[in-house]
Design a protein around this ligand. Structure first.
Ligand code: ADP
Length: 514
């Protein structure tokens, strides 16, 4: 009966510990992932994707490895130590004192090992992150690798990382396994001293009875396993706290673009967006002004186009509107209200974005179009797809709207992907549309379809478009020509052609190319 009870209890204990351990791991992972969404775009420019993935996947696991074992040992082992130490003291406090003579020495060694382990463990986690990064970059750049025939080069790079990892693991193993033999050797040395000294006491002075001395020895030797266990627990704590520090680096990063405590709720976009003396420098290069003295107004319903040579600041300028970055000087106002005083979720609700790089998720076409929202009827989805010139090709697919898109949309043509992205933006039906016209060349038929989709998207909506083909924006209400971070010309297509200058030059260049 007792046997059965013991096993049931053992089973329950194992399960319960795992339950706690896995719960902690899940919470850590969730917290770290949720934090990613709070961090500003600039964070992702300065951190490698592989490193972030590795922290959420691997470092969290490294923490898990120590949670339950440590938890149990930290209660059990000190208890045994107290009990046996008590017995030893009660028999002879003098002998006990002698036994503890190596204590400071052992503590010094154990803490030295702990410090080393922590350092190496951080390096190991960084190595795993490097490995993850190489894999992630190779997979995203698989076409380039194949086209350039650089498989060997990539393999070498990868082997160098795994070799480095192996060296680190061996190094940490050497240190980690030192603690047990060292503490055992020390204990045995103490044991010898005690037996000798205690033996003398028993034989010559009779201060202590032989049976008591045996009891004492028993108690002292019972102290060894818990001390050994505790030092290995210390090792595990040091190693996992290195991983923990990396996780909390993410969790504790304060996002710098957040709602003010008294941020205003805004329900409607009524009249205009205004740039007032806007200046901007990227946080990592604060002295390099990317935009300077930008002043203009986008009235509700207007199409405003940004053109100009590459590097002029067009993408940067549109990134300021949804507060991907905050202005460095001046202000952007939404209906007269500084966008930094408005609730960010309200601001972003007004805005739809189609970027050059079309991001499709590994999901059905339908879910890609109504991304993140379940309350669109089929009719609405079809309607958006029709306006985006996407309905026909989607309907011809094997499973229609339920067709699963391979990871990152590899099974679709560039033009089809763009039209799905446009349908997605149309369905959200934002008041303000930001559109970064794709520079990638499409075939004529596809370009016509995409252009039509765009024209549909632009009607009766406020639009900011970064235009690379000047032919697409001849009807824009306002064209801003950006060069080296300043607006050098502004006007309509015709007025700008009349003015001459950069716009005319750009236009003639494209016209000549045609
Ligand atoms: P455009 O869209 O007109 O080609 P961009 O807005 O992309 O111009 O770039 C404007 C300038 O800002 C360039 O000099 C570019 O090097 C710099 N830049 C762009 N992104 C970053 C970034 N994340 N960090 C630092 N500088 C950047």
């Amino acid at each position: 009966m007792a046997f059965i009870l013991k096993n049931i209890a053992g089973y329950m204990q194992a399960y319960f510990l795992n339950f706690v351990e896995q719960g902690i791991v899940r919470d850590l992972r969730d917290d770290a992932y949720e934090q990613l969404h709070k961090l500003p775009i600039s964070y992702f420019k300065s951190e490698r994707v592989g490193n972030l993935i590795s922290i959420i996947v691997n470092d969290v696991t490294a923490v898990q490895n120590s949670v339950s074992a440590t938890f149990l040992n930290l209660i059990r082992e000190p208890l045994s130590i107290v009990v046996f130490l008590g017995i030893a003291i009660s028999i002879s406090w003098q002998l006990t004192l002698i036994s503890l003579i190596t204590l400071p020495f052992s503590a010094g060694i154990i803490s030295w090992i702990g410090i080393k382990l922590r350092k190496y463990s951080t390096q190991i986690q960084e190595k795993i992150a490097d490995i993850t990064s190489v894999i992630q970059e190779t997979i995203s750049g698989v076409k380039i690798v194949k086209a350039f025939g650089t498989e060997d080069y990539e393999n070498k790079k990868f082997r160098k990382e795994t070799e480095g990892y192996l060296k680190m693991v061996l190094r940490i193993t050497r240190i980690r396994n030192l603690s047990s033999p060292i503490s055992e050797t020390l204990s045995v040395m103490v044991g010898v001293v005690i037996i000798y000294y205690g033996g003398t006491l028993v034989l010559s002075t009779n201060q202590i009875k032989a049976s008591e001395f045996l009891g004492f020895l028993f108690a002292i030797f019972q102290l060894i396993p818990p001390i050994k266990e505790l030092s290995s627990v210390n090792n595990r704590i040091q190693e996992s706290s290195a991983a923990g520090a990396r996780i909390f680096d993410i969790i504790d990063t304060n996002p710098d673009i957040v709602n003010k405590p008294d941020a205003k709720e805004v329900k409607e976009f009524n009249s205009d967006i205004t740039f007032e003396k806007v200046g901007f420098a990227y946080p990592d290069e604060p002295t390099e002004m990317v935009l300077e003295d930008i002043n203009f107004t986008i009235k509700k319903g207007e199409v405003v186009a940004l053109v100009g040579p590459s590097g002029g600041g067009k993408s940067t300028l549109v990134d300021l509107i949804p507060r991907f970055y905050d202005v460095t000087s001046g202000a952007i106002k939404l209906d007269g209200e500084d966008i930094r005083d408005v609730r960010m979720e309200d601001l972003r609700k007004f805005i739809g974005i189609v970027t050059q790089e079309i991001i499709l998720f590994n999901d059905s076409i339908k879910n890609n179009i109504c991304y993140g929202s379940k309350n669109f009827s089929e009719e609405k989805i079809y309607e958006a797809a029709k306006i985006a010139n996407a309905h026909t090709f989607i309907s011809e697919m094997p499973n229609g709207y339920d067709t699963e898109i391979g990871e990152r949309g590899v099974k679709l043509s560039g033009g089809q992907r763009q039209r799905i992205a446009i349908a997605r933006a149309l369905l959200k039906n934002p008041d303000i549309m930001i559109f970064d016209e794709a520079t990638s060349a499409l075939d004529n038929e596809s370009e016509k379809l995409v252009q039509e989709a765009l024209d549909n998207l632009m009607t009766s909506r406020t639009v900011v478009v970064i235009a690379h083909r000047l032919s697409t924006i001849q009807n824009a209400d306002k064209i801003l020509v950006l060069q080296a971070g300043r607006v050098v010309q502004a006007g309509t297509h015709n007025s700008l052609l009349e003015q001459g200058g950069l716009y005319k030059k750009l236009y003639e260049m494209q016209f000549r190319d045609k």
